[in-house]
Write a protein that binds this ligand. Sequence first.
Ligand code: PEP
Ligand code: MG
Length: 321
Amino acid sequence: QQEHYAQLAPLPAITTDGVKVQLAANIGSADDVKSALTYGCEGVGLFRTEFVFMGKENIPTEEDQYLAYKKAVEKCAGNICVIRTMDIGGDKPLAYLDVPPEDNPFLGWRALRISLTREDLFIPQLKAILRAGVYGKAAIMLPMVISVTEINQVKTLLEKAKNELIAEGKEYSEDVSLGIMVETPAAAVMAPVLAKHVDFFSIGTNDLVQYTLAVDRVNHNVAYLYSHFHPAVLRLIYTTIKAARDHNIWAGMCGEMASDPAAAVLLLGMGIHELSMSAPSIPKVKEKIRKISFEEAKVILEAVLQLETAEEVKEYLKNNL
Ligand code: PEP
Ligand code: MG
């Protein structure tokens, strides 16, 4: 098995009828890229930068961040490196940030909501990513977006970050694309509108499933209800991918669902461009994609979209894949 997967590493994830899906890696540090490459990843679809912030005494400086992002971008060697701005809060606390206790942390002051109220944290992060863009193909990705308002706020701050870099005489890239995580039901429903304002979508199913089904992603007592095959989740994902296609931007997925080969077939049928996952999952997903045709995937998707429950979807995929 190990050997077989090693042989797959240099091969593209392409269907029998020639549709290519980009398989990228989820990373938590620049050092993760090296091992991810051995599994055959084509770039990074999610760099969780909160890990650059966590486990430290103080807020990392712009320079610290720049060096970390530059390293990751360089290692991607021309492939995209999607750098997600910090996603603190929810299940990821940060000692020095002083987030007051909340009754509902997953619905609270987390991720982009912190960034937009703490420019002293956000501007240095944006500057660090813009600077890293000089060394390859960097992209900025925003977590927990629910509206166009937030995207516009970020665009204003991006201008501010660029002006500071110009004033400081620091080199940066104008070609850093801006995308969002689609991980709230609001973002998925509004995808046709949001697509007009960004360069790409990456669907975050870990949160999208939680918020769509009202099932806490870390509560074991309700884990049996947590499924990316729930028809409500599948419909939101389909809406998102279709919106991206209609507006000529790319749509990927960086939630856990992307590492499920059966799910990958449905996503392929929906027209997804990219799947990003923890690197060891890449070979099994690639193998599935290389064995099926886009036409077959579309037929399976059509059948699945008629089903009424997550259990039926799972059963159908088990019998037909
Ligand atoms: C997600 O929500 O699917 C995701 C990829 O982000 P995280 O797991 O870091 O919340
Ligand atoms: Mg998330």
